[in-house]
Ligand binder design. Structure first.
Ligand SMILES: NC(=O)c1ccc[n+]([C@@H]2O[C@H](COP(=O)([O-])OP(=O)(O)OC[C@H]3O[C@@H](n4cnc5c(N)ncnc54)[C@H](OP(=O)(O)O)[C@@H]3O)[C@@H](O)[C@H]2O)c1
Length: 337
């Protein structure tokens, strides 16, 4: 069986295909024939930037997100059966509760990932694929989907009638937009691209603001909310957008700091902090319990994740290069087999 491997900072060309003997599951492990994986910004951080906040082992099997079918089970396995369609939680040891050192081992980081024909996984990290989703769709869920779900539901919890601000039309933002609409919330979506406006509106955004032509977007967000600001910000921009996100948030609102897509000063005016009167949460994807809750909501809503393009297993380099070019509008998926 074959797997794509990567080293920290190896660059996109450093992705290498290796051949291995077929692995066997231990007593509490499951052998999964991986059918699809999806790429996330973390793949670029590991391969291109050479920096990742969590440990990355040498020559790791790349990619955190994947879905497939169970083809062998260990003698003590009780959570899944042969033939089940499953998706893996990227922190296999994080079942529920708070994130911490004990639960930080990650697929495609300190543990081998999913860009492989066969993956041996602990039974604890597997969840059933929502019945209406394909393997390609299910493979989009573990990182971007669970992160958006945690951002909106893991703190105070989004309520119907509240307003959410999403920043850029990347994968986390698209999931957040769709989950917010499923919950009866209003969404104000930022994007740099007027061509994306139609799709963002069709997914349920009430207002779309171009952050390039409107760099003072907090003023526009305030105008759109009668001066009040939004109840939730899914902050994926980081240093380059943080202060403006503070200025967009209502008193008593909540900001989920998810990512650092946008360069900016690593400082913030303390007056902005002091007067914001909001709660800020740092997000590290989410637990299996959160993944499970998200899957229930997805199944009830009949939600379909947005996929931009599907590549074959042999085209892993092309898939990484396409994702790295930053043109995708939806998830980039690699289909296996
Ligand atoms: N903490 C966690 O657990 C966690 C989990 C997942 C992701 N993340 C982080 O969250 C961030 C987003 O991840 P993703 O998967 O959504 O990435 P992505 O799909 O690659 O996001 C790309 C989008 O970001 C938007 N963007 C780029 N520059 C921007 C700017 N100056 N201002 C506003 N938006 C801008 C663009 O939207 P437009 O084309 O519409 O302008 C672009 O399409 C990354 O930093 C990632 O590392 C963190």
């Amino acid at each position: 069986m074959k797997s794509w491997h990567i080293n920290l900072g190896a660059g996109l060309a450093g992705l290498t295909l290796e051949e291995h003997p077929e692995p066997q599951p231990g007593p509490h492990e499951v052998l999964v024939r991986v059918r699809a994986v999806s790429l996330n910004y973390r793949e670029l951080m590991i391969a291109v930037q050479g920096w990742y906040p969590l440990p990355v082992k040498p020559d790791v099997v790349a990619v955190s997100d994947g879905a497939g079918e169970v083809v062998a089970i260990g003698a003590e396995v009780t959570r899944v059966r042969m033939g089940d369609r499953v998706v893996a939680s990227i922190f296999p040891r994080w079942i529920d509760g708070a994130f911490g050192f004990e639960t930080a081992a990650q697929l495609g980081g300190s543990l081998d990932g999913m860009l492989t024909e066969l993956a041996v996984l602990p039974e604890e990290c597997l969840l059933a694929v929502p019945p209406h989703l394909s393997f390609e769709e299910a493979a989009t869920l573990p990182c971007a989907g669970v992160t958006a779900w945690n951002a909106l539901t893991g703190g105070c919890g989004l309520r119907a009638g509240e307003t959410v601000l999403t920043i850029g039309a990347g994968s986390v933002s698209l999931f957040a937009l769709q989950f917010a609409r499923m919950s009866g919330a209003r969404v104000i979506a930022l994007t740099s691209s007027d061509e994306k406006t139609g799709v963002l509106r069709s997914l349920g955004a009430s207002d779309v603001v171009n952050y390039r032509t409107n760099p003072d977007w907090p003023a526009e967000v305030r105008r759109l909310t009668d001066g009040i600001g939004v109840d939730h910000v899914v902050e994926v921009g980081g240093y380059g957008t943080l202060e403006r996100s503070f200025r967009s948030t209502a008193l008593g609102g909540e900001m989920a700091w998810v990512g650092n897509l946008v360069d900016g000063p690593a400082t913030i005016d303390a007056t902005v902090l002091r007067t914001a009167l909001l709660t800020m949460r740092m997000i590290a994807v989410g637990s299996r319990a959160q993944f499970s809750a998200m899957n229930r909501a997805i199944a009830v809503a009949g939600h379909h994740p947005r996929i931009d393009r599907v590549f074959s297993f042999a085209e892993a380099h092309e898939a990484f290069a396409y994702y790295a070019a930053g043109k995708a509008f939806g998830k980039v998926v690699i289909k296996i087999g």
